[in-house]
Design a protein around this ligand. Structure first.
Ligand SMILES: Cc1ncc(COP(=O)(O)O)c(C=O)c1O
Length: 429
């Protein structure tokens, strides 16, 4: 099969909303380490990892062996039966997650993980109202879309009542038109007024990503979460950290994004990079919150033994090879190179991120900061022509997002930056 043939059939038989990247989409056929190959045999350096999923590289031998071994032994149980792989992963989460997070519920996606967390918070507090952030994204269920902070994903008006959005800690485009640090993190302090004016005052939860991923890698000021979470707790709500993008060493130096902000969540959610590409979702909570969720609840594929073994093997590789540290070192190197590009290309308005989660926001004019989505699209296409895959995001579709596997080397980064450089230069001609 060729790229053209597969992408044509994709258009014919998949829903129109299942859009692919690129003017000429590619069909991926194979992966190994940092690389993927398309159906025409062209090799690409994968700097997006299928949306920050392939944490330890494509077809990692240790993860593959665990998957094959488990598939040969027992492929399915459902949550109605206990299983060794499921309890082993739950125990591991209790051990490595911060604070008093202790009990897990497994599902198959980030959407379900967030949905489970929000339901647990409502059941525990006996309240209904949920605060999320503008520019956030937490999945495609009715509740997740009701908390989403980006118009493009909100294909229907909020279907779940009681969801309100706080201003994002988006310093480059401060919603309050202030400047950090003189602002005194006014965006976090705004939560008090939000609760007092836009809710009944009875808040169940505040759900937030430690770095807003799909929103364009928006990194909050270091004081943001301490301030925001303290306010929410004062009003009786719990804090859910959505680690779907920021977990597993991605942000560099720490296993979880929220650890950079010195706040202990009441509930944490995972998916994406947790099992290196095998479908998984996880919600870990403080014991009393987890146990306030009454029976019955089940997930047919939750705790699937193949997913559990894949996650355990992925975490083993991340720990054994100290990939959180690698993400920090190589991520800092990438950041420095991107700052260098910013000095040379006016189109780059902002460079931001942490670890191997780095992005550049493209603008038509640095002064007005008018978003430049068409250029973003073209830079992606140019990078692809040069054999490098990158992602994009942001509410205005103008942020190039990089999220390579955590095994990336400085040499890989040189190749990525060379492709970006050549792509940006080509657009100036
Ligand atoms: C932060 C965050 N939470 C939740 C989700 C939903 O995950 P999934 O697509 O696995 O349902 C996503 C997906 O991009 C995400 O970025």
């Amino acid at each position: 099969m060729s790229n053209q043939e597969t992408t044509r059939r994709h258009q014919d038989y998949l829903w129109k909303c299942v859009t692919n990247y690129y003017e000429e989409p590619i069909a991926l056929a194979r992966g190994e380490g940092m690389y993927v190959w398309d159906e025409d045999g062209k090799r690409y350096l994968d700097c997006f990892g299928g949306i920050l999923v392939t944490s330890v590289g494509h077809a990692n031998a240790h993860v593959t062996e665990a998957i094959v071994d488990q598939a040969r032994t027992l492929a399915h149980t459902s949550t109605l039966y206990a299983s060794g792989p499921q309890v082993a992963l739950a125990e591991k989460l209790a051990e490595i997650t911060p604070g008093a997070l202790e009990k897990s519920f497994f599902t198959s996606s980030g959407t379900e993980a967030d949905e489970t967390a929000v339901m647990a918070a409502k059941l525990y507090t006996g309240r209904q109202e949920v605060i999320s952030l503008r520019h956030s994204y937490g999945g495609r269920s009715a509740a997740a879309l009701s908390t989403a902070g980006q118009a493009a994903w909100r294909v229907l008006p909020a279907q779940v009542a009681g969801c309100v959005q706080a201003p994002a800690p988006y310093c480059y485009r401060c919603p309050l038109r202030l400047t950090y640090p003189e602002c005194d993190v006014a965006c976090a302090k705004d939560l008090k007024e939000l609760i007092e004016t836009s809710t009944s005052g009875q808040v169940a939860a505040f759900i937030a990503e430690p770095i807003l991923g799909s929103g364009g890698y928006i990194v909050p000021p270091k004081e943001y979460f301490k301030e925001a979470v303290a306010i929410v707790r004062r009003y009786g709500g719990v804090f859910i950290a959505d680690e779907v993008q920021t977990g597993w060493g991605r942000t560099g130096g720490k296993m979880f994004g929220i650890e950079h902000w010195e706040v202990e969540p009441d509930i944490m959610t995972f998916a994406k990079g947790m099992a290196n590409g095998v479908p998984i979702g996880g919600t870990v909570a403080r014991r009393e919150i987890a146990d306030a969720y009454p029976a019955l609840s089940l997930s047919t594929f939750g705790g699937n033994p193949i997913s559990m073994r894949a996650a355990l093997a992925t975490i083993e590789v991340i720990e054994r090879e100290n990939l959180a540290r690698n993400a920090q070192v190589v991520g800092d190197y990438l950041r420095e190179k991107l700052m260098g590009l910013q000095e040379r290309y006016d189109a780059i308005g902002d460079v931001r991120g942490m670890g191997l989660m780095q992005g550049i926001e493209l603008v038509k004019d640095r002064r007005t900061k008018e978003p430049d989505a068409p250029t973003t699209q073209r830079v992606m296409d140019e990078a692809k022509r040069r054999g490098v895959l990158i992602g994009k995001g942001g509410t205005y579709g103008n942020v190039i997002r990089m999220g390579p596997p955590l095994i990336a080397s400085k040499g890989d980064i040189d190749e990525l930056v060379a492709a970006l450089d050549a792509g940006l230069a080509a657009l100036q001609q």
